[in-house]
Design a protein around this ligand. Structure first.
Ligand SMILES: Nc1ncnc2c1ncn2[C@@H]1O[C@H](COP(=O)(O)OP(=O)(O)OP(=O)(O)O)[C@@H](O)[C@H]1O
Ligand SMILES: [Mg+2]
Length: 135
């Protein structure tokens, strides 16, 4: 399914709709260039499911965990390799079946990604416009 959003407000609505279908154990891969909107979409989903904190880029900590309707793990793998991720125990973290995962730059830790996952591809169209493909 491909959808265009023309504003943050429209991306928020899309995220809220997507959030309704989210289940415990889901792993969501957010794919797209720097500044595409991966963190923005994640923040809107988490907030609509009860997370009160600001959800910002976890680039420096790699993983941030939030409590809401589910336990939400937000991973930004931009700066790490699979080997480093294994060293800090990500293989174990990612095997948890009762939490939810949102992962940016998952290609960097591809061998650790659960086989069953949802892909969200985000394309920058212009300043305010993005194309979302959910599969
Ligand atoms: N329609 C839109 N949907 C989502 N974000 C939008 C939209 N229009 C403008 N933006 C802006 O695009 C930027 C997206 O930044 P964001 O940090 O979410 O990107 P990212 O994909 O997580 O990047 P990175 O790879 O650096 O982590 C934000 O500043 C946001 O306000
Ligand atoms: Mg980001």
């Amino acid at each position: 399914m491909k959808l265009i959003t023309h504003s943050l407000e429209e991306t928020k609505k899309l995220a809220e709709n997507f959030a309704k279908s989210l289940k415990k154990g889901d792993c969501v891969l957010l794919n797209g260039d720097l500044g595409a909107g991966k963190t923005t979409f994640t923040q809107f989903v988490f907030h609509s499911l009860g997370v009160k904190e600001v959800v910002n880029s976890p680039t420096f900590s790699i993983l941030k965990t939030y409590q809401g309707k589910f336990v939400f793990n937000h991973i930004d793998a931009y700066r790490i390799t699979t080997e480093e991720a294994i060293e800090v125990g990500f293989d174990e973290i990612l095997s948890k079946k009762n939490e939810v995962f949102f992962i940016e730059w998952s290609e960097n830790i591809a061998p650790l990604i659960p086989k069953k996952h949802i892909n969200i591809n985000i394309k920058f169209i212009d300043d305010k416009t993005r194309e979302f493909e959910i599969k």
